[in-house]
Design a protein around this ligand. Structure first.
Ligand code: G3P
Ligand code: CA
Length: 273
């Protein structure tokens, strides 16, 4: 059975509407939902006390006012940090975007847990899908996937009737991580992320059991034949991170299924939606 998408291209907000608000904050995800994103992308890492939080880097240094590795900090320590102020440090006050004036968002600049993001999606008032990327899952020997599936279960999202019906997909650069997810939940769709074209990809093949390819935009630019081959083989193709009109048009021409972008509203407009 193939997993070719029959719908229009999905617009996926990369770390939220992360061009307009600090990545992985509630403000960024609320903005993405307001802007009509079909799905939200987030990276997840385990804290020292076993909570899944949405943070891209191994350390919190770039995106907060704290220092140290996520894996060495407990949730309470992360919650005391400010993940929201760094994004617009250099802007003049009159250029500040709307979200900075919304008290409910300014109060939510501590670390975002995956649980809170799932609540936001559940309360969105329309279907909003979630693309969860497991970061450095090998370090934790299965614990990231285990915690992820437990959390999804609490929201009734761990065992969709079919991959096509699923509101959640799991992405990773690690085929082993995706294998763990499928072993526990065979109908949860998985996305194999890659920034290099492998010989297997040139033949339209993905790791065993994976239905969706997640190539970087560089692959789309430099190896469009590999993308075509993946599509011909019946795979979906979800491309990251697509922020320019030129790249959006490249993706449209190749018939990709999802565009992962920091600018969901702009991409929707380019797609005529
Ligand atoms: O959506 C996939 C993309 O997010 C992978 O790269 O570094 O932004 O997590 P990165
Ligand atoms: Ca990511």
């Amino acid at each position: 059975m193939t997993h070719a998408r029959q719908h229009p291209i999905q617009v996926v907000a990369h770390r939220g509407a992360s061009e307009e608000a600090p990545e992985h904050t509630l403000a960024a995800y609320r903005k993405a939902i307001e802007d009509g994103a079909d799905a939200l992308e987030c990276d997840v890492r385990l804290t020292a006390d076993g909570h899944l939080v949405c943070v891209h880097d191994r350390r919190v240094n770039r995106t907060s006012n704290g220092r140290g590795a996520v894996s060495a900090l407990e949730l309470a320590e992360l919650a005391a940090l400010d993940f929201g102020s760094w994004h617009h440090h250099d802007e003049a006050p009159d250029e500040a975007p709307d979200w900075e004036h919304r008290p409910e968002d300014r109060g939510d600049t501590s670390v975002l847990t995956l649980e809170r993001l799932l609540e936001l999606v559940a309360d969105a008032g329309r279907r909003v899908e979630l693309a969860v990327e497991t970061k450095h899952p090998t370090r934790w020997a299965g614990q990231v996937e285990e915690r992820l599936l437990l959390l999804l279960k609490r929201f009734g999202l761990d065992a969709p009737v079919s991959p096509e019906e699923s509101a959640v997909r799991v992405m990773s650069f690690s085929a082993r991580s995706l294998h763990r997810v499928r072993a526990a939940s065979p109908t949860l769709p998985t996305v194999f992320l890659t920034q290099f074209v492998t010989p297997r990809m040139r033949d339209g093949r993905l790791p065993e059991g994976v239905r969706i390819a997640g190539p970087s935009i560089r692959i789309v630019r430099n190896h469009p034949a590999a993308v075509r081959r993946l599509k011909e083989a019946g795979h979906q193709v979800h491309v990251w991170t697509v922020n320019t009109a030129e790249d959006v048009h490249r993706c449209v021409d190749l018939g990709v299924d999802a565009i992962i972008t920091n600018r969901p509203r702009a991409v929707r407009e380019l797609l005529g939606r």
